[in-house]
Design a protein. Structure first.
Length: 324
């Protein structure tokens, strides 16, 4: 009886073990059939669907890029109208230009959101293949030099220059507080996006104020331009400095045109936006340059600029490292 009762549970355990093993095998088969479900794997599969080996410039790409069929693009997707999200989709000047380039290259350009001041680090760590984010082409960035410390922090990047823009000032509408250009900012408060040309220009102008015996500019730097705009909207600062396309867009749409006004006249420090490619990636760089040139030639470039009302920022020649 004892033997009999001990065998029956053993048999039951055996049947349960067999059933469990069968379930595991079935699960593994299902997983195998579905494939890897990670974001990276999904991106690879989607890229393979749209990869076009017959695209005009596909053969110019490095072999590894041809095989995977996409590039990861680092971008601060909070910078209307250059790049921003609307109803879950990435829109703007840069994404539209990237789409035009994709047609010529035969691969996808996947935009990945990040704060602007982390993009260079993301390129260095190979998190992104390139950066396309209203990034001004400067010698410091080309050479991998920190603009704050003057120290070399990386190998730097090569730029493919595709737009030419300057920076502009805007204030609350009807409440300029005496701000009418950079020369009137001494002793005032200004908001900027951290790590941008506007940030550097504000610091330079503040030093000039002190050198002339005036009060420095109080600078508040934010992770993105939307936060700077909010600060101005609530009267926390006297003005905001942004790249001209961003400033013009904010003045036009915020509060249906009732929140802000442009001040100070023509944009300052006109300089090129560049697509940043890590040093040592000459083949990729040259393929991307050819894609911009072909987009200009077939007028898809002009259509994007017309759409976003920035046709005055068009470049006549696609230069490499044309910034100063």
């Amino acid at each position: 009886m004892t033997a009999s009762t001990t065998r029956r549970p053993a048999a039951g355990r055996h049947r349960k073990a067999v059933a469990a093993a069968a379930a595991v095998v079935a699960s593994l088969m299902v997983l195998s059939a579905c494939g890897d479900q990670t974001d990276a794997a999904v991106a690879r599969r989607e890229a393979q669907k749209s990869r076009n080996v017959h695209a005009p410039l596909f053969k110019l790409l490095p072999k590894d890029v041809q095989e995977k069929g996409f590039l990861q693009v680092g971008s601060d997707i909070t910078y209307k109208p250059v790049e921003f999200r609307s109803n879950g989709l990435v829109k703007g000047i840069d994404p539209d230009l990237a789409a035009a380039m994709s047609k010529e290259l035969g691969i996808k350009l996947n935009f990945n959101n990040a704060t602007f001041d982390t993009l260079m680090g993301g390129l260095k760590s190979k998190r992104y293949d390139i950066a396309m984010s209203a990034m001004t082409d400067t010698k410091e960035r080309q050479e991998g030099i920190d603009s704050n410390t003057g120290k070399k922090i990386g190998q730097g990047v090569d730029f493919i220059d595709y737009l030419n823009v300057g920076v502009s000032l805007y204030t609350q509408k009807g409440k300029t507080n005496g701000v009418d250009g950079w020369e009137t900012l001494c002793g005032k408060k200004i908001a900027v996006q951290r790590g941008t040309v506007s940030h550097d220009l504000a610091k330079d102008k503040s030093k000039a104020c002190q050198k002339n015996g005036e009060e420095p500019i109080s600078i508040e730097a934010f992770d993105n331009d939307s936060e700077a705009q909010t600060r101005l909207r609530t009267a926390g600062v006297d003005a905001v400095s942004s790249d001209y396309p961003v400033a013009a867009y904010a003045v036009k749409v915020s509060g249906h045109g009732k929140d802000f006004q442009m001040v100070g006249g023509a944009p300052l420090k006109a300089a090129p936006y560049g697509i940043a490619v890590p040093k040592g990636q000459e083949k990729l760089r040259d393929a991307l340059k050819a894609a911009v040139e072909l987009a200009i030639k077939n007028r898809s470039y002009a259509k994007v600029l017309d759409k976003w009302d920035v046709k005055d920022a068009a470049v006549k020649e696609v230069k490499l490292n044309g910034g100063s």
